[in-house]
Ligand binder design. Structure first.
Ligand SMILES: *Cc1c(COP(=O)(O)O)cnc(C)c1O
Length: 216
């Protein structure tokens, strides 16, 4: 399944207009496919499994920025950190503290997005939306040194109902705007995948994670 260069070019042009960034999701894709994305100029690559980042990163150019976008278990943090640039899926305080502890050991700054649960689907991970402001204030007080919290991530429900998806994205955008007023480190709102990225961008996303659409 080769990269669809026309789709890629079109997406990049669209995202530039909207000041948003593309994370190319390369899960299930070959080294060759990641290489062709790289040759088109793509540097941010997303994977949802630690094992895949560990396998691919050593075989590919060093200046690829690896984004961990899937659920992360605490016992895999230390293996992942040397290879990862940003983690989109930090969904508990315990996980965040483990990242801080392991990042300190290797003196590496890790960019963190806190994942917030905005869909009505139980199996999707993330901090609870309604109590998130207080959780965020508690996290800010920790003054973490290596885990740099730069934004929020959310996934909408898997549904045909566009207005529902829009409402979910807007709820996260609202939260992001509120928190950004008092925290100038927040600059990334990661929302949108192949099926819903247009709604996500309309709702204020500035980082989109796209996989299947990029491939023929
Ligand atoms: C797979 C995945 C994506 C990309 O999904 P596509 O529908 O292939 O664009 C985005 N975000 C997360 C967390 C994923 O696991």
């Amino acid at each position: 399944m080769p990269v669809n260069h026309n789709v890629y070019k079109q997406l990049i042009a669209d995202f530039e207009k909207n000041n948003s960034q593309l994370v190319a999701v390369t899960k299930y894709r070959s080294i060759e496919d990641v290489n062709s994305l790289y040759n088109y100029g793509q540097r941010k690559m997303g994977e949802n499994k630690v094992q895949e980042i560990l396998r691919k990163a050593p075989l590919l150019p060093e200046n690829i920025e690896w984004h961990m976008i899937g659920h992360l278990q605490k016992n895999k943090v230390s293996k992942l950190l040397p290879f990862v640039n940003m983690i989109h899926s930090v969904d508990s305080l315990e996980l965040l503290l483990e990242i801080e502890k392991q990042a300190a050991k290797i003196h590496k700054e890790i960019l963190i997005l806190l994942q917030v649960h905005i869909s009505d689907e139980e199996q999707k991970y993330g901090f609870d939306l309604t109590s998130f402001e207080n959780v965020f204030f508690d996290i800010e007080k920790l003054n973490l040194k290596y885990s740099k919290i730069v934004g929020l991530m959310g996934m909408a429900s898997f549904t045909e109902d566009q207005s529902k998806i829009r409402e979910e994205f807007k709820s996260l955008k609202h939260l992001y705007d509120q928190l950004s007023k008092n925290n100038s480190n927040l600059s990334i709102l990661s929302m949108g995948m192949s099926g819903d990225y247009q709604l996500a961008i309309e709702s204020g996303s500035n980082m989109v994670r796209i996989g299947s659409l990029l491939f023929e």
